[in-house]
Design a protein around this ligand. Structure first.
Ligand code: NAD
Ligand code: TDX
Length: 334
């Protein structure tokens, strides 16, 4: 029985959405969040959750003593904590290597020592990219071909998990999910950046040609998939999570502009991201057939509308970080 969960990175975007999901859908479960509260972590992401069921420990996943103590007190670890932004990894890879690789290693060693169930939250970016205008999709047997320091660090972490499963019998699973969107996403990321640019009187920014394709999934659907894998997945296996949500960046920006009553050309083309992955697409057949998972948010435009409304209604949540994020982008002509 999984009564006590340790959720690393639970004060970030996807981790906090997962904690909210667990609190609502699984009333017998208690959650300890381990989060360093970096620029991307925010106590406010956990506001309003019952104190008797959710505890926040502020600390680093690379702190072996702390991790050891917390892992002893838990039935399972769900590891979300990471440096998560590709653009930042191109400016300074150091924290990506430390948190994403050494942090994962630290958790794996503790889970190994105490026989604790482990779930690795990973990304489709470990598989590199796919050609544009092509039907190919990533599957659990696609080769690892990461492009950026961020995706290389996530790929490294996944490889450690696989080795700990094989060599030490660690009870672990891995999930590689496509691009998430929804509430609580930090304003450096594509969708919240454009929405909050418009809400704060700035112009949206599109990299390169805008033809790059991402496979979008609403974060609540990701949370349900992780729960299904954690509780019913086959140990040692990798599951891909995606909801057939492919759109080019230009299309997504077009929808945001229309939904926010802006002219279709009210945005700036900016310098492309070096090494920019062309297209991601997930084949989630294994998750669907083995575990019966289905996405609940199938209408992307409806999900975007809801996300826009959330940013409009939660100005205080993002306003403080907006100028800092935009100043950093401006420095790099993005
Ligand atoms: P995020 O940047 O919003 O949140 C990351 C959280 O981790 C923050 O709360 C931060 O404070 C915390 N953290 C960072 N370094 C830490 C450390 N050393 N110790 C403890 N906590 C630390 O990221 P996100 O978008 O919510 O991504 C969460 C996870 O999901 C990551 O592992 C990411 O690789 C993966 N993922 C993200 C996406 C996506 O579309 N955003 C898609 C697939 C997988
Ligand atoms: O202002 C922008 N303009 C723009 O055109 C930004 C911030 C991004 N883009 C483009 C780059 C990408 O093609 O939009 C796309 C999405 O960019 P990001 O939000 O930075 O996401 P991406 O690089 O695709 O990575 C995301 O999905 C996989 C997450 O940030 C990762 O953590 C996850 O692993």
């Amino acid at each position: 029985m999984m009564k006590r969960l340790l959720v690393t990175g639970g004060a970030g975007f996807i981790g906090s959405n997962f904690v909210r999901y667990v609190v609502q859908a699984h009333p017998a479960v208690h959650v300890t969040v381990l989060d360093k509260l970096t620029y991307a972590g925010n106590r406010a992401n956990l506001a309003g959750l019952p104190a008797e069921r959710v505890r926040l420990v502020v600390g680093d996943v690379c702190d072996a003593q702390l991790v050891d103590r917390l892992v002893q007190q838990t039935d399972a670890v769900v590891h979300y904590a990471a440096e998560s932004h590709n653009d930042n990894s191109l400016i300074d890879p150091a924290p990506f290597i430390q948190t994403n690789i050494v942090g994962t290693y630290t958790l794996l060693q503790a889970c190994r020592q105490y026989g604790v169930r482990y779930h690795q939250i990973s990304t489709d970016e470990v598989y590199g990219d796919l050609p544009l205008n092509n039907e190919a999709k990533f599957t659990p047997t696609s080769p690892y071909q990461p492009s950026s320091p961020y995706s290389a660090s996530k790929a490294s972490a996944d490889m450690l998990v696989r080795a700990w499963v094989r060599s030490f019998g660690l009870r672990a699973t891995i999930s590689n999910c496509s691009n998430n969107y929804g509430p609580y996403q930090y304003v450096e990321k594509f969708i919240p950046r454009q929405i909050t640019n418009i809400l704060s009187g700035r112009r949206p920014k599109l990299y390169g040609s805008g033809a790059n394709v991402r496979d979008w999934i609403y974060t609540a659907d990701h949370s349900r998939a992780v729960w299904d894998i954690l509780t019913r997945g086959t140990l040692g296996e990798t599951y891909l999570i995606g909801a057939n949500g492919e759109h080019s960046n230009r299309e997504v920006l077009g929808m945001i502009l229309r939904l926010m009553d802006q002219p279709a050309d009210a945005f700036d083309w900016v310098r492309d991201r070096p090494g920019h992955d062309r297209r991601y697409a997930i084949d989630a057949t294994k998750l669907r057939t083995e575990l019966g998972w289905r996405p609940q948010y199938r209408d992307f435009e409806q999900g975007l509308r809801q996300t826009i409304a959330w940013y409009r209604d939660h100005r205080a949540w993002w306003q403080g970080s907006k100028a800092t994020v935009e100043a950093k982008y401006a420095q790099h002509h993005q």
